[in-house]
Design a protein around this ligand. Structure first.
Ligand code: RM4
Ligand code: MN
Ligand code: MN
Length: 406
């Protein structure tokens, strides 16, 4: 059944001049990191819901992440959040992950869950709190050494709620001081991915409010500092694709935190609210990498694709499976863009033809293509169904309620 649909797809795409084998190779290479915190209990600011079967510790989070990877082939790395994933022996967590076919991905310092940080962490007016926060950043660099992680993803809740509450310029300098100290502790192969967010929990100002501030900080720090684009961290209407293209051109796009949003930092399953935006993000990435040497020079090949979601009302493992599949299918569609066709339309200033060349790629049904890829990789054709009909959902119920939460 899939054979026939795939044969048609291949014929149709080949006729358009698309190299379907190359597309398949790229799909097979494409990986997405899942966040450990997306497997645990989480909630809104009104309530944390406790679910049956939720992992009780970081080791069990790895086990759930391993299932997602085993069924999709898409998620071989898992980001950790410290201290949510604090363990006595990170070497042990690393070997546990490796025994499950995983690797530990980005290390995320957490500087927002202690009373000391109520008025800021690295930008707190109290030098002792700034010291403590910076020490935590350094601790995370050490953890990254033990876990074999390349990336440190940095998000700061630092900001203010009222005009005059803090000295914005002073805080900017304190931020730079802390990040510079951390930067010096990096080994040559590590990267600092600097995340920005326009508001929340600070509602008047946020110390790193947008990509420009994160980019400026990265420029001051050096080449190992790059910008992390969390798709939920922009003001409504922001053109994220433009930010992506700009950062690629400046060689400073370090990675993504994918999620969907309707209003604010909603952290919903990626690709559910605005799949076209996701597709357009990939268009910019592939455009940056169209000429492969040029792409490599711009660092497009080392972009870290990560999810940053919290699943409050949905089942956690299926939510993660849906998320990685959504990203994969947006990527697959973007691989069907004929960049020569776009360039030819641009050359003629044919606005409608250019837009059409992009959009039509998103309108192809990539299901037969993805089925073929999974078949070739020895993966279940339908990973979601494979999970739901497996014994795993039943087995984890033995963990009971009250697992790890933030
Ligand atoms: C923040 C930000 C960070 C994430 C935390 C949990 O809004 O997106 O990346 O680590 O949430
Ligand atoms: Mn994030
Ligand atoms: Mn966020």
């Amino acid at each position: 059944m899939t054979d026939k649909a795939y044969a048609l797809f291949e014929e149709q795409q080949t006729a358009r001049g698309i190299d379907v084998e190359a597309v398949k190779r790229k799909i097979k290479q494409f990986k997405i990191e899942t966040p450990s915190w997306g497997y645990g209990d989480s909630g809104t600011r009104f309530k944390v819901f406790q679910k049956e079967g939720v992992p009780r510790d970081p080791f069990e989070k790895m086990e759930d992440a391993a299932i997602v990877h085993r069924l999709t082939g898409l998620a071989p790395t898992v980001a950790i959040h410290i201290p949510w994933d604090k363990v006595g022996d990170y070497g042990k967590l690393r070997s546990h992950a490796e025994s499950l076919g995983l690797q530990i991905g980005a290390v995320n310092p957490n500087l927002f869950q202690e009373d000391d940080y109520m008025l800021g962490s690295v930008t707190n007016s109290d030098a002792a709190v700034r010291r403590k926060a910076t020490d935590h950043l350094l601790e995370c660099v050490d953890i990254a050494k033990e876990t074999g992680s390349r990336d440190l993803s940095l998000w700061f809740a630092d900001g203010t709620n009222y005009p005059g509450q803090g000295d914005i310029r002073q805080r900017k300098n304190w931020m730079q001081e802390a990040l510079s100290e951390m930067y010096k502790a990096l080994t040559k192969d590590m990267r600092m991915l600097i995340e920005y967010k326009c508001f929340e929990p600070g509602f008047y100002h946020t110390d790193l409010a947008d990509w420009g501030m994160a980019y400026n900080m990265a420029l001051k720090l050096g080449d190992q500092a790059q910008v992390l684009v969390d798709t939920g961290h922009h003001l409504p209407g922001a053109n994220i694709e433009h930010i992506v293209a700009y950062l690629i051109d400046e060689k400073r796009l370090g990675g993504f935190h994918f999620n969907s949003r309707k209003y604010a930092d909603d952290d919903l399953i990626v690709g559910t609210v605005n799949p076209y935006e996701l597709f357009l993000i990939f268009y910019q990435i592939l455009n940056g990498a169209a000429d492969s040497e040029e792409g490599i020079r711009r660092g497009v090949g080392s972009i870290a694709y990560m999810l940053d979601q919290s699943h409050n009302i949905e089942q956690k493992i299926p939510a993660m499976i849906r998320s990685v599949l959504n990203v994969q299918s947006a990527y697959a569609k973007a691989l069907l863009i004929d960049h020569r066709e776009v360039a030819a339309a641009q050359e003629k200033n044919d606005v409608l033809a250019a837009e059409h060349a992009i959009r039509k790629a998103s309108e192809f049904d990539v299901t037969p293509l993805l089925h073929a890829v999974r078949e070739e990789e020895g993966l279940p054709i339908d990973p979601m169904e494979a999970y739901l009909t497996s014994s795993y959902p039943e087995e984890i119920k033995a963990r009971g309620k009250g697992g790890a939460s933030w």
